[in-house]
Design a protein around this ligand. Structure first.
Ligand code: HOZ
Length: 429
């Protein structure tokens, strides 16, 4: 496969951008080699600068749930740009977006639009602190909530991929206010709460983790967190940047029947544009400026082009519940195919999946928390990643990420991925 143009673009990029990329995981450091520079995407395919075509299973890390460049999004954006690009003033579309989010996610009574998932989580904990008058937060080891200072403590995703789960540049003061619990271990949360009585403003969690690979909450874990937070007056925040509008119309909270106090959103609500949002119970959100005194603002927040793209996707999801049935079918077919191949080849593996989120770990142990995720054979993963590329399938370039399926995957595409998986493994075993 010729990737010379990508390689020379990477060399050029490295001279003017740190590590040659605008987000670390993209640099392929975890899997070795040189990243592919992408020129275009359509449906289930992406195309690199050398003209190679790949079936891809990242979907821009989640947003492209309908597949790339879907015609309803293209049309919405084309229509919107005729009216201008940014006004820094309220628009009708922001009202429509807020009403739609509130109607689709019942725990959200009010919502504020921002420009990324990182902004959403940073803002949500500020509001929770303002609401409770407390300083500390609890997060889980291996969960990633964007690159805000408070979250770069025992962080997953790119932070752990690059070996900096506790980033330099985060002050000791900020780090001291972030307490770290073990995912799926309620006792670890209870002991932090006990040791920091009446000091914890918020507990933030990915209800299905995407950033240590896909890791599911065990039955009862989210419910136990809900009870504990209610009892202790702690604001329970579900970071649904990945799971929101993906695992169900109402996100993971609807799928698993647990209502948080606040929710952070991103990815799908922008339809591929840079959008985030945070929302929750009215009394909490009423703390936000200008109604309340917790300050948060943004020149491009609620940008009309971004709102148009996001609205097109959300309206479609809201009126086509069969999308979620299909995504579940895609996930199930993929898992069945993978399991059959792996059994045939005798590879040690664990598959974690729910709906359209999926991770293949190279370990025969269950992966229920970050420690277990680290037990996957990372060297083998790197070889597997490149073997899959040779087979024309583009995966997330790190074991500490989830794959995201889109409805653009037809059964024939799924068969193609399953065959590629088997061929790639045969090649490297
Ligand atoms: N932090 C993102 C994955 N969890 C990576 C985003 C990107 O590199 O585009």
């Amino acid at each position: 496969m010729n990737t010379q143009t990508s390689q020379s673009l990477f060399e050029q990029a490295k001279t003017v951008t740190p590590g040659g990329v605008n987000s670390p995981v993209r640099a392929f450091r975890a899997v070795g080699g040189s990243p592919l520079f992408i020129k275009s995407a359509k449906g289930p395919y992406i195309f690199d600068e050398d003209g190679n075509q790949y079936l891809e299973l990242i979907n821009s890390w989640g947003p492209m749930i309908l597949g790339h460049a879907h015609e309803i999004v293209e049309k919405a954006v084309a229509d919107a740009i005729q009216f201008g690009f940014s006004f820094g003033a309220p628009t009708r579309k922001e009202v429509e977006m807020a009403e739609l989010i509130v109607s689709m996610v019942p725990s959200i009574e009010k919502v504020r639009m921002v420009n990324s998932g990182t902004e959403a989580t940073m803002s949500a904990i500020r509001v929770a602190r303002g609401f409770t008058g407390r300083d500390k937060i609890i997060k889980f080891e291996g969960c990633y909530h964007g690159h805000g200072d408070s979250f770069l403590i025992a962080a997953g995703s790119g932070a752990v991929t690059m070996g900096v789960p506790d980033s330099p540049g985060v002050t000791k003061g900020v780090a001291n206010d972030t307490l770290v619990a073990t995912f799926n271990d309620i006792a670890s949360v209870e002991s932090l709460v006990l040791a920091n009585k009446n000091q914890i403003a918020a507990l933030i969690i990915e209800p299905v983790v995407g950033n240590m690979g896909c890791v599911l909450a065990e039955p009862g874990f989210l419910q136990a967190l809900r009870q504990l937070c209610t009892r202790e007056g702690i604001v329970l925040i579900f970071d649904e940047v990945m799971t929101g509008f993906r695992l169900a119309k109402g996100g993971a909270q609807a799928r698993f029947g647990v209502e948080p106090d606040m929710t952070t959103l991103g990815k799908i609500i922008g339809g591929g544009m840079p959008v985030g949002a945070y929302g929750g119970r009215r009394e909490i959100m009423d703390c936000v400026s200008p109604l309340g005194s917790v300050y948060q603002a943004g020149t491009l927040s609620g940008n009309p082009i971004a709102m148009s793209a996001g609205l097109a996707v959300l309206h479609h999801l809201n009126s086509h519940p069969e999308v979620y049935t299909r995504l579940d079918q895609i996930g199930a077919k993929m898992v069945d195919g993978y399991r059959a191949s792996m059994a045939k080849l005798g590879v040690n593996f664990t598959i974690n999946h729910v709906g359209s989120m999926f991770t293949l770990f190279f370990t025969d142990q269950p992966v229920t928390n970050f420690e277990a995720a680290k037990g996957s054979d990372m060297v083998f993963f790197g070889r597997y990643f490149h073997a899959m590329l040779q087979q024309g399938v583009y995966l997330a370039p790190s074991q500490y990420e989830s794959l995201f399926f889109s409805v653009a995957l037809q059964d024939a595409h799924i068969d193609q991925v399953i065959a590629a998986n088997e061929n790639a493994l045969r090649q490297i075993l």
